[in-house]
Write a protein that binds this ligand. Structure first.
Ligand SMILES: [Zn+2]
Length: 424
């Protein structure tokens, strides 16, 4: 009997979970469950009478739902990265190799987010490389094929191909179903919030940059690139909350290039974003990995909540090598949305992981190619034909070093790797 009741409860729970998958709104209340205690078997019917006028219990809240976000750092397009992806026969590019080893990680997440540090302004413009980037349209194909949903387009290269290039990039991304954030062709576009719902959890994505490499934002189009501004970031977070976002992710293109520790301004700004209501800050621009931080802030009602600040994810793929520039990170955050007795939903960070990555530049078939590997997955047993045992032992040591570097702020704060405490 108890087992049957449990089965019924589980069935109800799975129905609710399915309902939760389709919408960010709270699911329907569960059908009424048996409340009265079951009479003991073998009794002669003289069991105590059931209490009369049992108070009507409110329907139980829906079960919690979880959804996972992964984020990568800079996707770049330096000139040496082009020939290995080019097919002379068909006159086409294919960049899927960059993402192939980690594709299941991206596809398996509910949201995969990247910093696109190059316009994709049209192949007719050519691909000049640094400092005025333009990437083949095939890069957008590779991103969508690898499972990316959202890309941050606010960075110091947003205007490398001018405003027309910025607008063409947005069009190319949107045509492929990727949501670009941080740049806009019109004021209306700039004002629209990017809220992407997955598995019953609505995530809002915001993005800002410190500047545009001295290329002026057109005077008549001040909305074209989101610039970092304390008041504006706080107001946008507020708007996203009001619009029903369960969590808010803020991408910040900031910090000092090639510095492995966040500077004071990064700390101030990222913490301000969390204090203003963001749950996650995704940093990039230094082109090297900076550690992540768990930052707890007090709510007005006396409770507290935790935000995650990834100061810099480093390069995901680039032709920059040496001084840690070939090492990046994938940030993985699991959000849990819990319904309270009054039906209100609270979304918290349930789990955080930062996975160190490495850009492998190698020669295959006479061509120089690039791929990105998870350092945590490099083993002697993997049988990867492109890695020698000596390379593997170096990478295993790097994995340990990079994991320590990524986790050190969280570890120093005494919070370690334990998941955030559940708030009921
Ligand atoms: Zn940058």
């Amino acid at each position: 009997m108890a087992a049957m009741r449990l089965a019924a409860l589980l069935a109800a729970a799975s129905l609710l979970f399915a309902a939760g998958c389709e919408s960010a709104a709270p699911a329907e209340p569960a059908p009424e469950q048996e409340q009265a205690p079951v009479a003991e078997s073998g009794s002669d019917g003289a069991a105590a009478p059931a209490p009369e006028q049992e108070p009507v219990e409110p329907p139980p809240p829906p079960p919690p739902v979880e959804a996972t976000l992964v984020a990568i750092g800079d996707v770049m397009m330096h000139k040496p990265m082009l020939p290995g992806a080019y097919d002379k026969e068909t006159d086409t590019y294919d960049f899927s190799g960059f993402f192939a080893p980690l594709r299941s990680l991206f596809e398996g997440a509910d949201w995969a987010v990247a910093n696109l540090e190059t316009p994709i302004a049209g192949d007719d413009r050519g691909f000049p490389g640094y400092p005025m980037f333009n990437a083949p349209v095939a890069l957008a194909d590779a991103l969508v094929d690898a499972g990316f949903d959202v890309v941050s387009t606010a960075n110091n290269h947003s205007l490398d191909q001018g405003f027309k290039g910025l607008a063409a990039t947005l069009k190319t991304l949107r045509e492929r179903g990727i949501v670009p954030v941080g740049t806009a062709e019109t004021q209306e576009e700039a004002d629209a919030l990017a809220i992407v719902g997955k598995n019953g959890v609505a995530g809002a994505f915001l993005s800002y940059t410190y500047g545009t490499n001295g290329i002026p934002i057109p005077k008549d189009k001040p909305f074209a690139v989101n610039l970092i501004d304390d008041a504006r970031i706080a107001a946008d977070i507020d708007r996203a909350r009001t619009a029903g976002a369960d969590f808010v992710s803020v991408s910040l293109h900031f910090g000092n290039e090639y510095q492995r520790e966040p500077n004071d301004e990064q700390r101030r700004l990222a913490r301000l974003a969390i204090e203003s209501g963001a749950d996650l800050v995704i940093g990039h621009h230094p082109h090297v990995v900076q550690p992540y931080e768990r930052y707890r802030v007090d709510n007005p009602d006396g409770t507290s909540r935790e935000g995650i600040i990834m100061y810099s994810l480093g390069n995901f793929v680039s032709n920059q090598f040496g001084d840690y520039k070939e090492y990046g990170a994938v940030l993985k955050v699991t959000f849990r949305k819990t319904y309270q007795a009054d039906g209100a939903a609270v979304t918290t960070v349930a789990e955080v992981d930062a996975i160190p990555t490495w850009v492998h530049k190698y020669v295959d078939g006479g061509k120089t190619r690039y791929r990105v590997l998870s350092l945590d997955e490099v083993t002697l047993e993997s049988g990867d034909p492109l890695l020698t045992p000596r390379m593997i032992s170096t990478l295993i040591a790097k994995s340990e070093e990079m994991n320590g570097h990524l986790d050190k702020l969280a570890a120093a704060a005494g919070t370690g790797q334990a998941p955030a405490a559940e708030k009921e």
